[in-house]
Design a protein around this ligand. Structure first.
Ligand code: DX5
Ligand code: ZN
Length: 219
């Protein structure tokens, strides 16, 4: 029985029917729903905002794993909390005061995550590891699905795994970007708890969501 959780990224879903797509992911036994929010400023792409998330909330009880690729991020934490996000993950580069932003997220009784771009050192998150619930390791440059996995980012997973285990912290490690049936094995061996996947889950095996989620989970 695999403890690895799967968080499908709806960036690869059909945006014309996101409610139905989320229901299909629930039927396919997704553990979380990864929602990529992009503002065209922090990353060179624009996706959806809190209004859309609030409309999607009624389609499932599965936790919304909301990845905010927006800056400045502080102005919008309340909106996403009220829209129904369960985990709100932010990038250190998107705030003047990371601790303050994390405390803001937690003030809404939401789980707080910090995401590290491939070029962001793991030292950025170590000082706040005791305050957060999730570290999201980007294994691609944020902004688009379908990119190639950057295996060097697994080094950060290994460092975090050691740090979290030695200090018996409650933080989960999530990896995001270019995950497929091969590199997911490497990610699990490095110590991740949650795999994010868009392209592999929505496109492999003729888009058989249940099969692809199961293969990532137990492969
Ligand atoms: C990229 C997003 C990822 C991406 C993953 O900026 O944060 O969640 O959608 O998609 P794939 O699995 O296609 O790389
Ligand atoms: Zn993401």
């Amino acid at each position: 029985m695999s403890n690895t959780k799967i968080s499908p990224s709806i960036l690869s879903a059909d945006f014309s029917k996101l409610g139905e797509e989320i229901q299909n992911l629930e039927k396919a036994k997704a553990d979380l729903i990864h929602i990529d929010v992009m503002d065209g400023h922090f990353v060179p792409n624009i996706t959806i905002g809190p209004e859309v998330i609030s409309k999607l909330r009624k389609y499932t009880k599965i936790p919304f794993d909301v990845h905010l690729m927006i800056s400045p991020v502080d102005n919008f934490i309340k909106n996403f909390a009220e829209a129904g996000a369960d985990i709100i993950t932010i990038h250190p580069e998107a705030t003047e005061d990371l601790k303050n932003s994390i405390n803001q997220i937690k003030s809404f009784n939401k789980k707080a995550g910090v995401s590290l771009n491939p070029g962001t050192p793991v030292d950025k998150v170590l000082p706040v590891l005791n305050l957060i619930d999730l570290v999201l390791i980007m294994s691609v440059e944020p902004g688009f699905g379908g990119q190639k996995f950057m295996s060097t980012t697994l080094e950060k997973v290994k460092i975090l795994r050691k740090e979290i285990d030695s200090k018996k912290l409650k933080v989960q490690i999530e990896i995001d970007g270019g995950i497929n049936f091969e590199n997911s094995k490497l990610a699990k061996a490095a110590g991740v708890d949650i795999l994010v996947s868009g392209t592999t889950i929505f496109k492999e095996n003729g888009g058989d969501l249940k099969k692809n989620i199961q293969l990532l989970k137990t492969g």
